[in-house]
Design a protein around this ligand. Structure first.
Ligand SMILES: [Zn+2]
Ligand SMILES: [Zn+2]
Length: 343
């Protein structure tokens, strides 16, 4: 089969690989029908993911059709499924508490398209498929389900741990794909008022066009704007999804006292917590990588029409055009948010 492969730092290319097979009871092989490119794929290509194993097929955002399922996997050949970015055993200390990102199994965590072959390929073997596949209901298209297992799971998780209450003002920093997913999920939390802060005018316009109920602001105006549009001197909850020094600082600056600040972004460099400046604000910081174990709930919300991420798919390519798709995505050309790759 054809697979888009991490050959060496700076180099991805198509290679021929044997079609994967089920190796254990909890494995499934999925025929990929639609895939996407994630910023993490770019990090692998740049050589900034030390765990990434040269020679693996990349890609960890995909939906497809079950081709073959192990005995313990409650899916049958032909079932349409969304694949979770994380593989997790469901049994270890962390999995039992819902912290599946920290699964201690050898295949646990982000393995697909990083340490083992991923889904920018015709077929992918999914370990722990009994935990990591989500059935796509009839009436939900591949496009609607494409982000359930990765960026939407991240947005959902971030909104969930932000402890958003009824009527709260929520600040989401960053209107990239993950920030928009977080915003969509924060919007569902009762009557929360959501403010999106973003420095790229193209992305701000994207939010205003597609989600007119959401307030938008540029970083330089954020502190005053958030104060004005929240009840208690700042946001009741903050989700930082931009990943710069400025956005990190805005996160705690725009929060009201005793707020929760969720740091969902990934940074290139360490960030400073100037504790004397924030003394008395009594903030709660939550950091990290997604615990993607609520994909069933997310898929239900998609099916009910409460979450729609299809506007994020700004460009669609054929599998054979992946080089071009990566190039466009990396350069953020032509207003791209996410690409969909038809297999
Ligand atoms: Zn990703
Ligand atoms: Zn585990």
């Amino acid at each position: 089969m054809k697979a888009y492969t991490y050959l060496a730092k700076g180099k991805f290319a198509f290679t021929e690989k044997p079609k994967p097979r089920v190796l254990g009871d909890r494995d499934a092989v999925v025929r990929v029908t639609l895939a996407s490119i994630c910023t993490s794929d770019l990090h692998i290509r740049h050589g900034s993911v030390p765990r990434a194993v040269p020679g693996i097929a990349v890609g960890h955002e995909m939906v497809g059709v079950v081709e073959e399922a192990g005995a313990a996997v409650p899916f049958a050949r032909g079932d349409r499924v969304a694949v979770n970015v994380e593989t997790f055993c469901g049994e270890c200390f962390f999995c039992r508490r819902g912290y599946v990102n920290n699964c201690t199994d050898r295949d646990g965590g982000w393995a697909l398209g990083c340490r083992i072959d991923g889904g920018q390929a015709e077929f992918v073997r999914v370990p722990f498929a009994d935990m990591g596949l989500t059935k796509i209901p009839d009436g939900v298209s591949d496009e609607q389900a494409l982000f359930v297992g990765d960026i939407l799971a991240t947005g959902y998780w971030a909104a969930d741990i932000a402890e958003i209450g009824k009527g709260d003002a929520v600040l989401v920093i960053g209107a990239g794909p993950t920030g928009i997913c977080a915003m969509l999920c924060a919007r569902l939390k009762s009557s929360a008022r959501v403010i999106v802060c973003e420095k790229d005018p193209v992305r701000l316009r994207f939010v205003r066009e597609h989600y007119p109920d959401v307030l938008t602001v540029a970083p330089e105006d954020a502190a005053a704007f958030v104060r004005e549009h929240s009840g208690h001197g700042g946001a009741d909850a903050v989700i930082e999804a931009a990943g710069t020094a400025e956005s990190f600082r805005l996160g705690w600056e725009c929060a009201r006292p005793n707020a929760v600040v969720v740091v969902a972004a990934l940074y290139d460099a360490p960030q400073m917590l100037p504790l004397p400046d924030m003394y008395g604000k009594n903030l709660t910081f939550k950091t990290g990588g997604v615990d993607g174990c609520k994909c069933g709930e997310i898929m239900r919300l998609v099916a009910e029409g409460k979450i729609d991420t299809t506007p994020l798919i700004t460009h669609t390519f054929a599998f054979s055009e992946l080089d071009r798709a990566y190039d466009l995505f990396e350069r953020r050309a032509d207003g791209v948010m996410k690409v969909a790759v038809k297999m």
